[in-house]
Design a protein around this ligand. Structure first.
Ligand SMILES: *[C@@H]1O[C@H](CO)[C@@H](O)[C@H](O)[C@H]1NC(C)=O
Ligand SMILES: *[C@@H]1O[C@H](CO)[C@@H](O)[C@H](O)[C@H]1NC(C)=O
Ligand SMILES: *[C@@H]1O[C@H](CO)[C@@H](O)[C@H](O)[C@H]1NC(C)=O
Ligand SMILES: *[C@@H]1O[C@H](CO)[C@@H](O)[C@H](O)[C@H]1NC(C)=O
Length: 659
């Protein structure tokens, strides 16, 4: 159920309450003996739970609410989030309790209880970004004492990234004071005797370029961002590390596995648009489904044992959109994974979009808007540090925008990231980088190339305002992908999963009747923005019946799904297997196999009729696939013995639609 539906329900509910409990008026506020208490007074560490208890609420109403404040001096309207007291069992008695995890925002918290009245709902003047009225603060019933976090527990937001060198690993984290902090690391937990210092960065309110990021509703102190590189690492080893300082405390010890120099297997987890889950409602929609995505990925990473892997989150990272604490929430949420596996990102509209962004050609006026909530790329650019040195000046006092485009080798795959938010047209630095990078891949070293960006080149979930951007991507970027035989192209932005045929300018590659390859090594495009954000129109309706709920699937679109999830890549030198895992059951629901140059080519039409939702079909498909692959290999071997090695691809269609 979406927030708007909830809001409507809620209004109905409150009208009902209004008529059934007319005695509950708003005048009870000042004299009411409402008390509110919190335990513990000192929260051991970020993400730990606190319990808020209240009693003495006279004539309890469904409109009574709990506001969560940090710092405790925040004005009544500037809460972090809110929860209706009616979420607590037995709230009708006037007392109850709520237990929630709290993230360390480097200052204390306070809780306040308010009564909101029916006429205030009807006359609301403040709304959240989905147009639901924000709860009113005219009648405060009680406020709690202040609580805080235990000092000396060390830094937070620990996350790793590859630097582009196989013998290095970058670690970033946040402290409240920016004092000297180090990374100590080693090959056993007992002997972390290698030490490296960190570079410290920070951004200020004045670096934000728009509200809410630069006003008192959205801005909170972001802390100090530390960045250190563990170097001279041996390949194929598990390293242990800790971050912190003697004065500020040390983090727990984490570990990661370094890739071998000539790693012959690549494992990656990829998705876009994940966001963060919050235990409260706030000014912008948050992404409860992100917890599920991370839960399943963490299951998969645990199962890998000592194999290295990495995570790729292709834009729309935290969905903070100017509400600074959502970044804290996000990094707290990913820390268990990102402290053990490199976490790679590219930029999305929700990190960047703002009215005066430096590159906004006329044709893009409908494309770029205000989706960044006034952050203009600053938190994104400083809180991550991706390989390469791409950067774009902001034209304001804000630091340049970073982490725009880069590439890295991980085992048998060359990964390339682009920015769909900044200039990618011929003549731009980005275009030159992408062209040069794609043209110089050593396919003996990395037989596969996976290309990623945020806003899709292809999607059958059509938004007219995005069309000019799609056209430019197809005109200028696609020829680079086709010419340089990119294996797989991944996009986010659309909050659904959709896999296309190998594509070039809307044309599917295909086998002709004699089994001869005439598709010319087109890349397989997949939209993977289904990791957490929920809002999304359905698929395109029929053109001549725009309002009828029929959504024909164009022939280029091979599989589309409406459920949340993530994707995985497992690749050897010979074969790249790309799978979509659904969050509802943690099972694989779609899969495509792409063979390295010189291998076979099949179109597994046979399995097209399969139903989608039962896992035994999947198993069956795999068996079938193995058989067909073997058969096709044989065919391929005899019928085109001397084919151009680099032209060949293998893909398999498992099922069509799974909405
Ligand atoms: C809205 O406020 C006005 C006065 O400001 C009041 O007369 C009116 O009754 C309120 N509306 C509702 C639906 O309560
Ligand atoms: C936020 O940025 C806008 C646009 O630059 C500016 O007009 C406004 O004054 C800023 N707000 C604050 C509180 O600094
Ligand atoms: C950094 O940028 C310069 C041009 O500004 C370029 O020549 C150089 O190769 C870049 N370095 C990396 C590591 O990308
Ligand atoms: C794509 O195809 C259309 C015609 O279908 C053509 O006008 C256009 O030039 C093609 N684009 C490219 C980049 O080849």
């Amino acid at each position: 159920m979406n927030t708007i539906t909830l809001a409507i329900l809620f209004l109905h509910l409150s009208l009902f309450l209004h008529s059934s409990s007319s005695s509950s008026s708003s005048s009870s506020s000042s004299s009411s003996p409402v008390s509110v208490s919190v335990t513990p007074k000192t929260i051991p560490k970020s993400g730990d739970h606190v319990t808020i208890r209240w009693s003495g609420v006279d004539s309890p109403s469904k409109l009574d609410w709990l506001g969560i404040y940090s710092p405790p001096t925040s004005s009544n309207d500037n809460f972090i989030g809110y929860i209706f007291l009616s979420a607590a069992p037995g709230w009708e008695s006037g007392s109850g309790s709520i237990s929630i995890p709290l993230v360390n925002l480097r200052s204390g918290y306070q809780f306040r209880i308010f009564r909101w009245t029916q006429s205030e709902v009807a006359n609301a003047t403040r709304f959240d970004n989905d147009n639901n009225p924000l709860p009113g603060t005219a009648h405060k019933l009680a406020e709690s004492e202040e609580i805080g976090f235990q000092p000396g527990r060390g830094p937070e937001h620990v996350h790793l990234a590859l630097t582009g060198r196989v013998d290095e690993m970058r670690v970033m984290f946040v402290t409240h004071d920016g004092k000297d902090n180090s990374v100590r690391f080693g090959l056993t937990r007992k002997k972390m005797d290698l030490v490296v210092g960190t570079r410290v960065l920070r951004y200020e309110k004045e670096d934000m370029c728009h509200a809410p990021a630069n006003d008192s509703v959205g801005w909170r102190d972001p802390g100090y961002i530390h960045d250190g590189v563990m170097a001279n690492l041996k390949g194929g080893k598990r390293y242990y590390y800790q971050v912190g300082s003697d004065s500020g405390g040390w983090s727990e010890s984490y570990s990661f596995v370094t890739p071998k120099a000539h790693l012959k297997e690549t494992i990656a987890f990829l998705f876009g648009d994940m966001g963060t889950a919050t235990p409260y409602t706030t000014f912008d929609r948050t992404q409860q489904e992100s917890s599920s995505t991370l839960k399943w990925i963490s299951r998969d990473i645990e199962a890998l044992g000592d194999k290295p892997a990495f995570i790729s989150h292709i834009g729309d990272i935290s969905y903070a959109r100017g509400y600074s604490w959502l970044w804290d929430n996000f990094f707290n949420q990913i820390e268990p994974l990102a402290s053990g596996v490199p976490y790679h990102v590219c930029i999305g509209n929700h990190e960047y979009d703002w009215p005066s962004q430096p590159w906004k050609p006329d044709w893009a006026s409908s494309v770029y808007g205000k989706d960044g909530g006034g952050e203009c790329g600053v938190p994104y650019s400083l809180r991550f540090n991706m390989p390469g040195n791409s950067s774009q000046l902001t034209g304001t006092r804000a630091p340049a925008t970073k982490n725009l485009y880069y590439s890295l080798d991980f085992g048998v795959i060359h990964f390339v990231y682009m920015s769909t938010e900044t200039n990618f047209l011929p003549g731009s630095d980005q275009y030159n980088f992408l062209k040069h990078d794609l043209e110089s891949v050593d396919r003996k070293k990395t037989p596969f190339v996976v290309f990623q960006g945020h806003r899709p080149m292809y999607s059958t979930c059509h938004r007219p305002k995005e069309v000019p951007l799609k056209e430019k991507l197809i005109e200028h970027i696609e020829p680079l992908l086709v010419k340089n035989k990119v294996s797989l192209v991944l996009w986010g932005h659309v909050h659904r999963y959709e896999r296309f045929c190998p594509l070039n300018n809307f044309t599917c590659g295909s086998l002709d009747k004699n089994g001869v390859d005439n598709w010319g090594a087109y890349p397989v495009h997949v939209v993977i923005g289904m990791a957490g954000q929920d809002w999304q129109p359905v698929w395109d309706p029929r053109e001549d019946h725009p309002n009828d709920p029929v959504f024909p699937q164009p022939e280029q679109s091979f599989f589309r799904a409406g459920q949340f999830g993530y994707t995985t890549i497992v690749a050897t030198e010979k074969k790249l297997t790309f799978s979509f895992v659904g969050n509802h059951d943690g099972e694989v629901h779609d899969m495509v196999e792409i063979m390295a140059p010189g291998q076979v080519l099949i179109d597994d039409e046979a399995s097209e009729e399969e139903e989608a939702t039962q896992s035994w079909y999947y198993v069956k498909n795999i068996c079938l696939l193995v058989f067909v692959a073997f058969f096709a290999y044989f065919l391929g071997f005899t019928s085109h013995f001397r084919r151009d090695a680099s032209l060949d691809k293998n893909w398999a269609r498992l099922k069509d639609e799974d909405v």
